[in-house]
Design a protein around this ligand. Structure first.
Ligand code: G4P
Length: 532
């Protein structure tokens, strides 16, 4: 079948999209790399030091008050910029492990990820978890080994560690010469040239000295001590390491590895180039009843994140929607498939590095922000009429529980409203127990603090959070209505509903969960739930 002119044009635009996230353990250098990618992409003019940026952070990519107080990245954000004729959508993810749920959802909206490894610390706990999530969707990973300007681990050992711990084959693309004070640069194994390291915050790519060929006498003249071992390394790598193949990279089984120093803008441009040259454009997506091609003319997309207070001057909530096919155009009418109702997207937003602007149009791979008054939940699908529902946006069962009540009983309504909204946003999980109590479930303890803070500042509710005798929650599914009724009757005290009205079993202990499971083999107990 030949594509219509509309599809052909969409296909051309989609092919130029690259949508990715950066994943790392906190402190490995994700924020620094983000900033430097924006600098190289021309999206910001001056990177400054990370410290300076961190203190002014709320002004650029992070908005929340809590963030300012704690100096950690709580919310994810989206940044679009152009590079080498491509439109790059960089989705930021919170680094703190308490917000990993949010990160997981962001990862469902990307087509590739850049993994940052601190070369001194190697593979760390959070990296392992995040990579597991990437693996669920076989997301292609580009690896950036950072901080070579410090005394770090031997690069070969690092590769071995990545391969054995993360179970992904490494294909080194650049190779470092020296480290710490003697870090000389990286040798590009595919292009056969050395890029000489020079420290500096503001240098942008083109002034890096390049020396062609590993046998170039200039290398001996410049680095008499290191050149011999560089040649030996290059020989070894060419003989023993796995050559980079696009096919394996796209399958998520092999990662191209780059070395550098984010803070010194070194090795950053190669990452951008790899994204443009190798990372896949938007791919077909599973929408339940069928796969949807990105260049199909009808608009579709799904909400992967809801964020409040992006603009401190207005109390607003934005639903972030990843476009999966067709084209968004201002004022278009779409079908909200969960509610089975039409809605108009009046003025969607596009997020640039420093500002948000009215979106003039968006195609697959792009992210638009939709002003949300509660009608959009995480996981919702919007289409131009077809009843589709995008799959795979995870909700994880909470590990920590508290019961919430307003200190002032007259504020109970405000509390319920606040929790409903924060629950829809995914800031916390909210359950209504069969006995009428409101329960909060979190994956990390910091989530409770943030919710308490936001309830106070945004909803003017001072709430009390009592300990709850709950060990874990499981979404339950039933083979038939009769089983559901019998189960709900027997387990009335342990039953609740999540914000979307799904039944949830609240186990008092792992023993309680085990026994209930054994008693009810026909009931499904699920630790994760897909939205929608
Ligand atoms: P994150 O978002 O992954 O948490 O990391 P971030 O970029 O904030 O970087 C963490 C620290 O690592 C920062 O130090 C940053 O300057 C430093 N860093 C990032 N890239 C490099 C690099 O290439 N070389 C070296 N030597 N350091 C790098 P900081 O803001 O001073 O914080 P801290 O060191 O006081 O914690």
């Amino acid at each position: 079948m030949t594509a219509s002119p509309i599809e052909a044009e969409l296909g051309r635009e989609v092919a130029l999209r690259r949508t990715f996230a950066i994943i790392s353990h906190p402190d490995a250098g994700k924020t620094t790399l983000t900033e430097k990618l924006l600098l190289f992409g021309g999206a910001i003019q001056l990177a400054g030091t990370v410290k300076a940026r961190k203190s002014a952070r709320h002004a650029t990519s992070d908005w929340m008050e809590v963030e300012k107080q704690r100096g950690i990245s709580v919310t994810s954000s989206v940044m679009q910029f152009d590079y080498a004729g491509h439109t790059i959508n960089l989705l930021d993810t919170p680094g703190h492990e308490d917000f990993s749920e949010d990160t997981y959802r962001v990862l469902t909206a990307v087509d590739a990820a850049v993994m940052v490894i601190d070369a001194a610390k190697g593979v760390e706990a959070q990296t392992i978890k995040l990579l597991e999530v990437c693996r669920m969707r076989n997301t292609p990973i580009i690896t950036f080994v950072n901080k070579l300007d410090r005394e770090v681990q031997e690069p070969l050992l690092l590769l071995e560690e990545i391969e054995s711990v993360l179970k992904i084959q490494c294909a080194p693309v650049t190779w470092p010469i020296g480290m710490g004070k003697r870090f000389r640069g990286v040798y590009h194994l595919l292009e056969n040239r050395l890029m000489r390291f020079a420290a500096g915050q503001e240098r942008v790519g083109t002034d890096t000295e390049r020396i062609e060929g590993v046998d170039n006498p200039r290398l001996d003249a410049l680095f008499p001590d290191e050149t011999v071992s560089l040649r030996a390394d290059v020989d070894l790598l060419r003989g023993a390491s796995d050559p980079f193949t696009l096919e394996q990279f796209h399958a998520g089984t092999q990662t191209p590895v780059f070395f550098g120093s984010g803070i010194n803008n070194f090795g950053v441009q190669e990452i951008l180039q790899a994204l443009v040259d190798w990372a896949p454009p938007p791919q077909p997506r599973d929408a339940g009843v069928r796969m949807v091609e990105p260049a199909e003319p009808a608009f579709t997309g799904f909400v992967f994140k809801i964020q409040a207070n992006m603009d401190p001057r207005h109390r607003d909530r934005i639903a972030f929607l990843r476009v999966c096919s067709g084209r968004y155009s201002p004022g278009m009418k779409v079908q909200h498939t969960r509610l089975g109702r039409e809605m108009k997207i009046a003025n969607a937003l596009t997020f640039m590095a420093n500002e948000r602007v009215a979106s003039e149009g968006a195609v697959a791979g792009d992210i638009i922000g939709i002003h949300n008054h509660g009608q959009l939940h995480i996981g919702d699908t919007l289409t131009e009429g077809e009843a589709l529902s995008y799959k795979g946006i995870p909700y994880f069962s909470a590990e920590l529980f508290r019961m919430a009540r307003a200190r002032d009983p007259f504020k109970a309504k405000q509390l319920a409203k606040g929790l409903q909204e924060l629950g829809e946003e995914g800031a916390i999980q909210v359950f209504e127990s069969a006995t009428g109590q409101t329960l909060l479930g979190a994956v990390g303890p910091l989530q409770f603090e943030i919710v308490a803070h936001r309830l106070q500042t945004e909803y003017q509710v001072d709430a009390v959070y009592d300990a709850a005798d709950i060990h874990t929650a499981r979404w339950v599914t039933f083979p038939d209505d009769n089983t559901r009724k019998r189960f709900e009757k027997e387990q009335a005290l342990r039953m609740s509903q999540d914000v979307d009205g799904n039944p949830v079993f609240l186990a008092s202990s792992s023993y309680n969960l085990m026994v209930t499971r054994e008693r009810w083999p026909e009931v499904g107990f699920h630790a994760t739930r897909e939205h929608g």
